[in-house]
Design a binder for this molecule. Structure first.
Ligand SMILES: C[S@@+](CC[C@H](N)C(=O)[O-])C[C@H]1O[C@@H](n2cnc3c(N)ncnc32)[C@H](O)[C@@H]1O
Length: 220
């Protein structure tokens, strides 16, 4: 049986034209290539796009590319001269992402950098990136604390930071949880909580992907 929120997702997807041929083809290609269905929900992909567009982002960093679904949503928000770096350590995921990004007409703006994000992040400055206007963190949760420290290095006043999967079906507040990733999410939240450079909130979400949520912040 479908959950109510899946019907609601479908209603808004239809009414607000959330998906299109390109985003649908990305999901099909990801599935055909055996990638796990761990992309953000369509409505959340469009939310990321709208947020980056509201920010008028010229530089975007994504940690965790997968098949490029959220990369394409974010890349679409870039201005003509905009650039996006997206980091992925799984070569098969990166191959599919590059194809999806090319098919979306974004290959000149959205670059997939292969390797462990913690190895790639220090090299981004040599690649010409200095500050990012918008950052989306969506990779291994164990490294969220390290990622936020790096992201702050690449931030300036007004940088928007969004991180996925911070609610984890509510387990973020469950002291009894055995989920190994929860302590890292809490450490990530504690870093933000104690850092006067960031103003943040969290948005709980339900979708076809279940109950989870985003951390949303801006650098002062
Ligand atoms: C949840 S998926 C990203 C989904 C994507 N943002 C989307 O919504 O379409 C997480 C991705 O991060 C990648 N990943 C995990 N650990 C990583 C690491 N240490 N460095 C780089 N990528 C990593 C995984 O291979 C996976 O493709």
């Amino acid at each position: 049986m479908k959950d109510t929120w899946e019907d609601v997702d479908e209603y808004f997807d239809d009414k607000l034209h959330v998906s299109d041929e390109i985003t649908e083809s990305i999901l099909e290609k990801n599935e055909a290539n055996g990638l796990p269905a761990i992309e953000v929900a369509g409505a959340h992909g469009k939310m990321l796009y709208l947020m980056a567009k509201m920010k008028n982002a010229k530089t975007i960093l994504e940690i965790g590319t997968h098949g490029g679904f959220s990369s394409v949503w974010l890349g679409r928000a870039l201005s003509e001269d905009g650039q996006m770096a997206t980091l992925e350590f799984n070569a098969a995921h990166a191959d599919v992402a590059e194809e999806n990004i090319f098919n979306a007409g974004l290959a000149d703006k959205v670059k997939v950098y292969r390797g462990s994000a913690l190895d790639t992040l220090p090299s981004l400055m040599e690649k010409g990136y200095r500050h990012f206007d918008f950052v989306f963190i969506d990779a291994d949760k164990e490294n969220y604390p390290a990622y936020i420290r790096w992201v702050l290095e690449f931030s300036k006043t007004g940088t928007v930071i969004v991180a996925d999967n911070v609610v984890r079906n509510g387990r973020v507040v469950d002291d009894e949880t055995e989920e190994a990733q929860v302590p890292y999410i809490r450490e990530f939240i504690d870093i933000i909580s104690n850092d006067p450079r960031i103003e943040a909130t969290a948005l709980q979400t339900v979708s076809g992907k279940g109950y989870d949520g985003f951390l949303i912040g801006v650098v002062r």
